[in-house]
Design a binder for this molecule. Sequence first.
Ligand code: SAM
Length: 276
Amino acid sequence: TQLIKPRIREILSNILPPELVDLLPKHWVQLGDVLILPLREELLPYKEEIAKVYAEILGVKTVLRKGKIGGEFRETNYEIIYGNDPITIHKENGILYKFDASKVMFSPANVKERVRMARVAKPNELVVDMFAGIGHLSIPIAKHCGARVIAIEKSPYTFKFLVENIELNKVQERMTAYNIDNREFKGENMANRILMGYVVKTHEFIPKALEIAKDEAIIHYHNTVPEKLMPEEPFKTFQETAREYNYEAELLESRIIKRYAPGVWHIVLDVRVFKK
Ligand code: SAM
């Protein structure tokens, strides 16, 4: 990679006006054979030429322009600027993740959490993933911990990839997937461990998580939190809600996943809950 940036720059300096050459992206994300490139506004008139050079030098089939992630399904809606096939298979930690990188989020910054999940559960546990996505966090649990997993994903498009990934990783015997809103899930008092890999509104789902939890369980509670409310939040909200529903909550560990926005952090709490 030492030589890649000067090479790209050299080729593109023959195409771009000189003042734009310094604006070329120096960082990018490669997921399987798809590249996600952050491109500044000034470069947009040349987006196709730029994408072609990055694709050829890095050997990828498709290039997407990085944009914002949003909405209930956390969709990316990244524009295709080179090639025509945004579906990729990305390998990480011995797991194959197949997905449409132009629509479905796969955050490189969450890699530590995906790897951590591969060691967190015991084989005799039942784990419920309330926001499964393509199996980002739950396939590592089924594959590497050998635990049984119920994965719930509301978006029909993302769900298709979840089902494919369960097969690709040969964990069909341990994993069951539901294409529903997790608030419609019928299981009660069943899970030893619950994953809540969602942001912004995760607190709204705490009562449902407690309904799914056994009398004692571990909950991996993600949320976004303004820096000025840390460190009390978000555990305070979690604990207050748990108490309303007759559970006590004990904070085992808290970790920062990444910066979500200026002054806002995406964090994960490991919380032990138990019936009062
Ligand atoms: N948990 C994975 C991770 O942390 O990498 C995936 C995170 S992704 C941000 C959250 C997923 O939850 C999306 O695929 C979205 O469609 C799904 N989702 C959102 N609301 C949901 C709900 N009420 N029930 C089930 N799935 C939901």
